[in-house]
Design a protein around this ligand. Structure first.
Ligand SMILES: [Fe+2]
Ligand SMILES: [Fe+2]
Length: 249
């Protein structure tokens, strides 16, 4: 695994780890501000590489917010390690992620759930929360950052391959193929509704968790593909064909 860190815009850094066996990068985002914030943690095992990248910019012990956009290994598998190192940090997630999962896993202290429209001030940056259920888990949320007009969409708008920090080309065909092969969305409808909501927000930067950050001008390629093509689960799960298994039973 190779990990690099690049400044994208206005104090937002992309930390990207290339994982050859999955054919995608796993990206985390660091917001350098009075209250330093990490948007998704990576997996438990990626901690050392991600921590090392953060320390090129700021002291990981000063992190104030460890943010997860849904409860999953690559989103928050490293949360306990980052929270242990940064004693002043809080785990931030959707109301569902925190109320159901954090509490259910025994985390009651230093956790904070947010509902749609609520805000969190970091200093120069302001996070605004969007609840986006079923894109792709029922506890999923996304975050708009107001000072840079950014959006953190987690797994929406992913692009396979080892992409540069900023992507402007049309990789929507590869995105759709990846969604079909991996099977992360149960249905197109919740995804299309959220995509329409995002298009109306007209973000300048879309910080994808897998691939590169998209610019506002290139978002329409990806939106159009999501609106027009089928990409929901149809028997393929992380590259395995389960349709024969379904027919057997
Ligand atoms: Fe995910
Ligand atoms: Fe992800």
């Amino acid at each position: 695994m190779e990990t690099r860190i690049d400044h994208i815009t206005g104090g937002i850094y992309r930390i990207s780890s290339w994982e050859e066996q999955f054919g995608i990068t796993f990206n985390q985002f660091l917001i350098d501000d009075e209250r330093p914030t990490l948007i998704h943690t990576g997996t438990h095992d990626q901690y050392d590489a991600i921590r090392g990248a953060i320390s090129q910019v700021l002291d990981p012990a000063t992190l104030a917010n460890i943010v997860l956009l849904h409860w999953e290994g690559d989103e928050n598998g490293g949360m306990d390690r980052f929270m242990a190192e940064a004693p002043g940090s809080e785990l931030v997630g959707s109301a569902l992620s925190i109320g159901l999962n954090a509490h259910g896993f025994g985390l009651h202290e230093r956790v904070r759930g947010f509902m749609d429209g609520e805000r969190l001030e970091l200093g120069k940056h302001t996070l605004r929360f969007l609840e986006t259920p079923h894109v792709h888990h029922w506890d999923s949320m996304m975050i708009a950052e107001e000072s840079t007009n950014s959006l953190f969409p987690s797994d929406l708008y992913l692009q396979p391959g080892d992409q540069p920090p900023v992507v402007t080309e049309n990789l929507s065909g590869a995105m759709i193929e990846a969604y079909r092969g991996v099977g992360i969305f149960a249905h197109e409808n919740p995804v299309r509704a959220v995509d329409e909501r995002i298009a109306a927000l007209s973000p300048d930067w879309i910080h994808s968790m897998h691939g590169g950050t998209l610019t506002g001008e290139s978002l329409h390629y990806f939106s159009q593909a999501l609106q027009e093509k089928e990409f929901a689960y149809a028997g393929w799960l992380l590259g395995r064909d389960l349709t024969a298994a379904a027919e057997r039973s």
